[in-house]
Design a protein around this ligand. Structure first.
Ligand SMILES: Cc1cc2nc3c(=O)[nH]c(=O)nc-3n(C[C@H](O)[C@H](O)[C@H](O)COP(=O)(O)OP(=O)(O)OC[C@H]3O[C@@H](n4cnc5c(N)ncnc54)[C@H](O)[C@@H]3O)c2cc1C
Length: 348
């Protein structure tokens, strides 16, 4: 059984930034990741660009430089994460999913699953850096589990010259609609709200999708929700009262891009208090310590399932010095501006 002072669970951007900081502070830790490093980012559609500026998602003071000075793509950021791990020589147990945690007087015993092999590890503290995008938000409608229906958009090519219904009205859905239209798909868009929300869509995509809808190049079904999916069509029902009858939309493929929910399993196993419909963990914002002694939260999992986004990479960097200070018995760091860590150039 391996032993350490701290277990970091999750090697997304914030888990990696914390690992580098703990290493620099001389704190021994074990780092577990259920998939590959940056697993959440690797699930973005191919060639997606971040909406955050490169300087704001840079980690550990290492500049994130893009070839054309624009925002980073999924591929550039994954390469950058690999560079961070290499530069700081971080040891990460990838493809080690933490499945069980037991509390004892000495701390915690973690059980991991590594390709079917169960391993046990003993630690005194745990940092849950597990993110907030573990599972797709399901609609629980007939047909949702059919083979031509997906909750993840990978890339547009498979929809070339096919009738594609996309459900959702935020960034992911709008980006998929525009990209698939340009890749030759016949795109329809169903959104439960009456109007698209400019706050939830990349500013460079909004005018384009609005123009495509106006020109009827994308068929838009506002104020609708899918009620049933069959092999060839989707029944959309109106969301408001007095909105008219249900409509049937022909579809060869259906993308349900309706967001994600956080996996609260480890939080509940540990007895971390979760609040409200977002199941947000309760913690002390000066130290990131939860109600369970020795258990901390870092990154976007600190917000729970985000109905309207509150935490991104850029306002989670501050979690790192707070946790390092708490684990090394230092006073919490002076409040830093949440939007940009001090080693980065603030946005002009
Ligand atoms: C298309 C798209 C575009 C986005 N663009 C931006 C953007 O521009 N800017 C921005 O800030 N955010 C963006 N986001 C959100 C962004 O992905 C998150 O803000 C970011 O990944 C959060 O980092 P994190 O380290 O907190 O968590 P994550 O990156 O989610 O990392 C959590 C890690 O924990 C691992 N894990 C979970 N449970 C376990 C377990 N039991 N055992 C072991 N490992 C476990 C997961 O595999 C994962 O690798 C975007 C999201 C999407 C889908």
């Amino acid at each position: 059984m391996s032993e350490a002072t701290v277990a970091i669970i999750g090697a997304g951007p914030i888990g990696l930034e914390l690992a580098a900081a703990l290493k620099q502070a001389g704190v021994d830790y074990l780092h577990f990741e259920g998939g590959q490093i940056g697993q959440t980012v690797s699930r973005y559609p191919k060639m997606t660009r971040f909406f955050s500026s490169a300087s704001r998602i840079a980690l550990c003071g290492v500049p994130l430089v893009t070839a054309d000075q624009s925002k980073a793509s999924r591929e550039e950021y994954l390469a950058y994460l690999r560079g961070i791990v290499t530069q700081f020589d971080l040891e990460i147990l990838t493809y080690h999913r933490v499945t069980e945690i037991e509390k004892s007087d000495e701390g915690f015993t973690l059980q991991t699953d590594h390709q079917g092999e169960v391993q046990r590890h003993r630690v005194r503290n745990i940092v849950l850096a597990t993110g907030d995008m573990s599972f797709p938000r399901l609609l629980h409608i007939p047909g949702e589990d059919m083979g031509h229906v997906s909750h993840d958009f990978d890339e547009p090519h498979r929809y070339f010259r096919k009738r594609l219904l996309i459900v959702g009205g935020k960034n992911s859905a709008i980006e998929a609609a525009v990209r698939c239209h340009h890749a030759g798909a016949e795109v329809s868009l169903s959104y439960r709200q009456a109007a698209l929300d400019p706050q939830r869509i990349k500013y460079w995509l909004l005018p384009e999708v609005e123009a495509l809808i106006k020109a009827k190049k994308i068929k838009y079904y506002p104020s609708t929700l899918p009620a049933q999916i069959t092999a060839t069509e989707v029944t959309l029902r109106p969301t408001g009262e007095g909105q008219g009858p249900a409509v049937k939309v022909d579809a060869d493929f259906v993308l349900l891009l309706t967001g994600y929910v956080m996996d609260t399993t480890l939080f509940k196993m540990l007895g971390v208090a979760l609040e409200g419909e977002n199941t947000s963990p309760v913690f002390d914002p000066r130290t990131m310590r939860t109600n369970v002694p020795g258990v901390y939260v870092a990154g976007t999992s600190a917000a729970g399932t985000q109905v309207s986004f509150k935490l991104f990479i850029e306002n989670c960097h501050i979690h790192v010095p707070r946790i390092v200070a708490a684990l090394t018995g230092q006073a919490p760091p002076d409040e830093m501006p949440d939007q940009a860590p001090p080693h980065q150039i603030p946005e002009s």
